[in-house]
Design a protein around this ligand. Structure first.
Ligand code: DAH
Length: 377
């Protein structure tokens, strides 16, 4: 309602107000106007113009009443105008203050509502990953050997021919080197010794015995490299655990007992084991260790009939090479071959993992495909 509608721009005399009752009526109208306006005030900027409109010093409603109604009022109306104006002022001021407080707390509430953390929302799921199956199998094997007194040592993946071959009784031109097609490093001309990627973990037999007097009981987990063409069972990098036990009184029985214990712990107590004679330059006698096929129970026949696909009907699966340490090796590490004896073994981890977990392609270990990795949490 514009100010002119309630007669604020005129004097009471102009409005024809001569009696106190008429004054009261005029003020009642203004209250109605105030109430209407008051209801439209919801936020801070509306509140500010509302306040200026009613309490503004220059042209606020109350100032206009004072200037146009009170000051020029006749003496008999002045009291009535003054009293009503005071009441109106008190009402307007208290209402305006109350609305300010309401808007402020409302604003705080809505600000709070905006900031509130909704604890019912699910958080971001960060995949934590898991150990690679190869790592898990390493761990399983390490645990088994720990439990019978072996400790773990690790060695360099870049080796010299001396540790990788010579000190293991594999001289240059020995035909066994052909089985281990070797990656040699490109070195600056004039380098003292060639360097290669170790083809097996056996060099750590030498490094360990060089550092340590008997008794020795160690296992050596690690990566090894051979220049192989990749297929389902070959990779240019794979994993081994070397084992070495040397003491004053280690017999062939200790050797077979230890290996059998390990195999039964790893594959379960029902598997059978057997040796076949073999040849490694650093063991004498050397054996190839087999386990009865854990898939067909050593029968060679698959559960549903037909040939077992894992052992191809052979009932046995070749596991790894091992043997009694060749006395010639002790010569390279200054052990007295007459006083000490021991055994060594070299387990292919990838092969064992494939056997135990029914994996038929070694390549999956290196592809890092999460669909494979997730199957072994
Ligand atoms: N180093 C051999 C290889 O990689 C495996 C091996 C055979 C290790 C017999 C041994 C052993 O310690 O006694 O083919």
């Amino acid at each position: 309602m514009p100010t002119s509608d309630i007669g604020l721009d005129k004097t009471l005399a102009d409005l024809g107000v001569t009696q106190p009752e008429q004054v009261a009526l005029r003020f009642a109208k203004i209250r109605v106007h105030f109430q209407e306006h008051f209801q439209t005030v919801h936020d801070e900027s509306e509140w500010k113009s509302f306040r200026d409109r009613w309490l503004g010093r220059k042209s606020g409603v109350l100032t206009q009443i004072t200037d146009n109604w009170l000051k020029p009022a006749t003496p008999q109306l002045k009291r009535a105008v003054g009293a009503s104006l005071n009441e109106l002022r008190a009402h307007v001021e208290s209402q305006i203050e109350a609305r300010r407080a309401a808007i402020e707390s409302g604003a705080e509430e809505s600000a709070l509502a905006r900031e509130r953390v909704d604890l019912s929302l699910p958080g971001f799921i960060r995949p934590t990953g898991s150990h690679h199956l190869i790592r898990q199998v390493f761990q399983e094997i390490e645990d088994i050997f720990f439990s019978i007194g072996f400790s773990v040592v690790e060695g360099p993946e870049i080796e010299t021919p001396y540790y990788n071959f010579e000190a293991l009784n594999i001289p240059e031109f020995h035909p066994v080197r052909d089985d281990m097609d070797t990656f040699y490093l490109e070195l600056p001309t004039g380098a003292k010794t060639p360097l290669l990627l170790r083809t097996h973990t056996s060099p750590m037999q030498i490094r360990t015995m060089e550092k340590q007097k008997p008794p020795v009981r160690v296992i050596v987990p690690g990566k090894v490299y051979r220049r192989d063409n990749p297929d389902a069972t070959h990779s240019f990098a794979f994993h081994q655990i070397e084992g070495l036990a040397v003491d004053s009184d280690i017999t062939f029985c200790d050797f077979t007992g230890t290996i059998e214990y390990f195999v039964k712990e790893f594959f379960g107590p029902s598997v059978k084991t057997r040796f076949r004679p073999s040849y490694f330059p650093f063991t004498e006698p050397s054996v190839e260790f087999d386990v009865s096929c854990p898939f067909c129970g050593g029968t060679g026949t698959a559960a549903g009939g037909g040939t077992c696909s894992k052992c191809k009907g052979a009932a046995w699966i070749e596991l790894f090479g091992a043997g009694m340490v060749d006395p010639a090796v002790y010569g390279f590490v200054n052990y007295d071959a007459k006083r000490v004896s021991g055994f060594a073994f070299g387990i292919g981890i990838d092969r064992l993992a494939m056997l135990k977990y029914g994996i038929d392609d070694i390549q999956v270990f290196f592809q890092n495909d999460v669909r494979f990795l997730r199957q072994f949490p």
